[in-house]
Write a protein that binds this ligand. Structure first.
Ligand code: SF4
Ligand code: SF4
Length: 177
């Protein structure tokens, strides 16, 4: 929810760190429809994960051996850096572009897409790049990093979105998009 005007992971944030003049003003998360009091409807937020193809799609079955991905590979490191998202919506609520154009996929869904395009086991990279390359996708991000500043898990959706911009531009230059 919003605390003194900023989105916070409230169940893990100490009051002493966010109180201003010993006062707290509590409000529901921004950029989401309010159901009642502090409760917001997060359907759009998670629908956008789906629109950004946020589902893993592999090629192996339960009968195959485990995939082995080196922890030292650049792709694995990029995926690991964004994987601990808890879906709290703090970044989404803090993003001005979501406010300005509600169809924008937003930082959390794009961060999820970034972890998957770096997952060497996934088979849907091109489809995912197509899903995030449109008008409401990664190129709408203004890179001011409010999402990154506020993320309680210290992730950087901004960096992931910048990576998606590079990958979609490269795919477009190569005629794949
Ligand atoms: S950096 Fe991009 S995703 Fe993050 S708050 Fe700004 S516009 Fe939104
Ligand atoms: S990226 Fe960070 S702020 Fe955004 S939903 Fe995930 S954990 Fe929350």
């Amino acid at each position: 929810m919003n605390v003194n005007g900023k989105a916070r992971w409230t169940c893990r944030t100490h009051v002493s760190k966010v109180a201003v003049n010993d006062a707290l003003e509590i409000a529901p998360l921004s950029n989401l429809p309010v159901i009642k009091d502090l409760v917001t409807d997060m359907s759009d937020f998670f629908d956008k994960w789906s629109r950004a193809r946020g589902q893993f799609s592999g090629s192996r079955s339960r009968h195959d051996d485990f995939a082995r991905v080196s922890p030292e590979s650049a792709q694995r490191k990029a995926a690991d850096a964004g994987i601990e998202c808890i879906g709290c919506g703090v970044c989404y609520s803090s993003c001005d572009v979501v406010t300005w154009r509600p169809d924008y996929l937003g930082p959390a869904a794009l961060n999820r897409a970034w972890t998957l395009v770096n997952d060497e086991r996934d088979t849907q990279t091109l489809e995912r790049l197509r899903a995030v390359a449109g008008d409401a996708g990664c190129h709408s991000c203004h890179t001011q990093a409010t999402c990154t500043e506020r993320c309680p898990k210290h992730l950087s959706p901004t960096a992931g979105i910048a990576g998606l911009k590079r990958m979609t531009m490269k795919a477009a230059r190569e005629g794949d998009l």
